[in-house]
Design a protein around this ligand. Structure first.
Ligand code: CP
Ligand code: NVA
Length: 308
């Protein structure tokens, strides 16, 4: 059956674990016994990217596939060609589509018209490749995911907050989102996460007090207060967020062995201090590396499943 990865709950708990296991195996043996030979996979970017672009291009190449990396703003998609027509045409040329775009409904339209797997490389609402990588990184450090408490501090309505809610609860984690009023997670995403939690034992909770949220936590995660596309949205994206900065004082309230993640790019001195991102609790450089391994695993898994 044709499979896509548009949001974190597109995979079941068991499927998520299978992808993470494969990611670990590919990290241990980068060429592995897996292959994308003979497959051309396009990665299209309508927003800036460093990690996603490089990790997909290198990952596809390492497995013998052919990456076709395109700035979406230069495609006919950027003029009047529809998403659906683009999808039908790309389905005749390539074997998979990875897309970074704006509204989630755009990537849903791409997937609906596609006859090949479609992967979300970040939309306004979700960043599932990053959340999958974050789980890989946490499991690497902690040896497990189930039962751990992950606290996300920042814009609770952005792609990272939503993806960590769905991915974390799918893994049986307790996910706490701390955000200012007016920046809280989408209600439907909260409901979807809670529903997933009934299956896995994971929980999804919203907080406003950062100190209450991080008490005893295993993982702290932060992200920019201003996501791509929000630069001129007229909202105060600094004042209400200052209390959520991940700094040494806040980190002290978490568990002694707590780790800190940031998907990057980081705005040092804003959502995270130099002392924390460069300090012993930081796992951000492993996290960045793991994009490569997690996405290789995801692509291999999607093609295997789509063949069944
Ligand atoms: N974390 C992440 O997606 O980084 P890029 O925007 O550089 O791809
Ligand atoms: N929330 C950020 C993530 C960047 C990888 C953004 O959308 O800009």
């Amino acid at each position: 059956m044709l499979r896509h990865f548009l949001r974190d709950d597109d995979v079941s708990p068991a499927e998520q674990k299978a992808i993470l296991d494969l990611a670990d195996a590919l990290k241990a043996d980068p060429l592995g016994n897996k292959t994308l030979a003979g497959k051309s996979i396009t990665a299209i970017f309508e927003k800036n990217s460093t990690r996603t672009r490089f990790s997909f291009e290198v990952g596809i190449s390492q497995l013998g596939g052919h990456p076709v990396i395109v700035d979406g703003r230069s495609m006919q998609l950027g003029r009047e060609e529809t998403i659906e027509d683009t999808s039908r045409v790309l389905s005749r040329y390539v074997d998979g589509i990875v897309w970074r775009t704006f509204a989630q409904k755009r990537i849903e339209a791409m997937a609906t018209a596609a006859s090949i797997p479609v992967v979300n490389a970040l939309t306004d609402e979700f960043h599932p490749c990053q959340a999958l990588t974050d789980l890989m990184t946490i499991r690497e450090r902690k040896g497990k995911l189930e039962g751990l408490t992950l606290v996300y501090l920042g814009d609770g309505a952005n792609n990272m907050a939503h993806s960590l809610l769905l991915a974390g609860v799918t893994a049986g984690m307790h996910v706490r989102v701390v955000s200012p009023l007016g920046f809280q997670p989408d209600q439907q995403v909260m409901l979807d996460a809670k529903q997933r939690g009934e299956e896995t034992g994971g929980t999804a909770t919203v907080f406003t007090d950062p100190y209450a949220a991080v008490a005893g936590a295993d993982v702290l995660v932060t992200d920019t207060w201003t996501s791509m596309g929000q630069e001129n949205d007229g909202l105060d994206r600094v004042g209400p967020f200052r209390a959520l900065q991940v700094n040494t004082e806040l980190l002290k309230k978490a568990a002694d062995d707590a780790i800190v993640l940031h998907c990057l790019p980081a705005h040092r001195g804003w959502e995270i201090t130099d002392e924390v991102i460069d300090g012993p609790a930081s796992a951000v450089w492993d996290e960045a590396e793991n994009r490569l391994h997690a996405q290789k695993a995801l692509l291999v898994w999607l093609f295997e499943e789509s063949r069944r």
